[in-house]
Design a protein around this ligand. Sequence first.
Ligand code: M6R
Length: 601
Amino acid sequence: MCGIFGYVGVRERDVALMTYRALRDLEYRGYDSWGIAAMTPDGVFVRKSVGKISDTNEQELKGISGKLAIGHSRWATHGGVSEVNSHPHFNRDRTIAVIHNGIVENHNELRAFLYAKLGLVHADLFVSETDTEVIPHLIDYFLRLGNTFESAFVETGKMLEGRYAVVVMKRGEPYLLAMRDGSPLVVGEGEDQYYLASDVPAFLDHTRTVCYPGDREYLKVSAEGIMMRSLDDGAKVEPKWSEILWDKASATKEGHPHYMLKEILEQPLSLDKAIRQEDGKLLEAAALMKEAEHCFFIGCGTAAKMAKLGELYAASVGGRQTTAFVGSEFKPYEQFLDRKSVLFAVSQSGETADVLEALSVGKKRGAKIVSLLNVVGSSMDRMSDKKLFINTGPEIAVASTKAATAQAAVLILLAHALAKDGKAKLAEGKHLLRRAVKEIKAWLTPDLSYEIRRVAERLKDTNDLYIIGRGLNAPIAHEAAIKIQEVSYIHAEGFPGGELKHGPIALIQKGTPVIALIANDETRRDMESNTMELKSRGAYIIGIAPTHSPLFDEWIPVPDLGIASTIANLIPIQLLAYHLAVLRGNDPDKPRNLAKSVTVK
Ligand code: M6R
């Protein structure tokens, strides 16, 4: 949620334009409004606007020279979508500009503190409805008490509760101050220049050398260098630099009309990368899980569906009992976490607030943390005892596609490693997945996309769409519903096939479209019966299956990949959701009301 960017350099540059371009690369994080502040020889340049930054012509930001700038792409949490609520936010004399990603949870208390100290009422101090605006006023307050800019910033940081990444610029000071706790912030090091951002694509045109500050660390960043310290005790922290190995092309559309389509079509490649896991790492993660008395998979949204799949694979392939939870619903189970528990997080971003909260509690209670992530250096990466990466490169579209299938693939491997003779079983799992990737590569062609577009044309005006699956395909049915809801805005719901007769079948009328996920496994007969029941009530059946059935009004053939069929079944659904979105005039990359990374609860 929200993208932040900061720049400081030794030479004058076209800073507003540079910030505009960086925010455009971060737009997937938040896109309801944006703002830029740049320090120029003539004073502070500020531009704010409602809407997507990509809807503004970059020429409008050209010609603003300076050595310092900050910018923000917003996803509203506190206060509606308006210019006044967009960042940067300022103190009263507009000398301090602040951008912020996250939530200041105690903003009401901090407001009360400021009113009491300054003898002012709300209208004298605040111009916006945001939680963020307390930050510039607090810094201003501590400056007036005689603090330096840095110490006023640190005092303010100590008062903030919640998750945040904050970057601050002050008129007359040749450096930026930044701090983070829980929300992402990465530093890029160029020649005589530094960049701060929520994510690497913002500065990948300028540098690949990066460092990830830890929680409760703050930074003073000037053109000459960076100084990092602990927010709590001021202890110096040595920055650890690393190189980004993926290139900008993996964060661009490469000729596709949308990131979502590009990311769907590149799955043969992303899956191939995902299954190249080191045996040792999988076996170590599995060993922790085997030793544990309780093992919980945890994730949100699509990652929660993949976590459920992880649970099913752990049982059916690994012979281990685990339990999968949605991050936001884990609270009642925190009491069961102790040194004998393992919390296994599934997350593309590694920044999802509800999962992070459960992990922090788990950590405090001595549980072991294992994560399956995409983003290296993310908060979950830093707090995990063991981590596995899906290695798919950046996923830019808000809808999770290549990350979801990669998570499923690694969870299949993990389940093999969990089995009795883990090492031998893992070799079997790898063999199965290598074959699966090969078959997916041959099948996932532009023709498949055209064929599914034709199905989407038939369905584009429907109000409701249902998806059924059993066994391993039950979480896939739920995931299908998320995918269709989030980009097409069609009401979609997924059910286990066996649940139909317990209620949902009442929704079926003549012509109601239902997608049936029918795998060639022990669930096939029951699924066929369920599909028949739907058909007899007039449902229009779209079968996703390796073999044709007379029950289908439309058939989308998928390769039979055994237990990895879940992966193949997800792909036509992703394509269907994509085409439905486009046919209905939606932007599939930036669906309404959503953001890529949900860093607030
Ligand atoms: O970054 P994460 O994997 O933790 O994100 C979790 C969910 O927010 C995410 O999967 C979301 O449901 C997707 N937009 C769905 O496509």
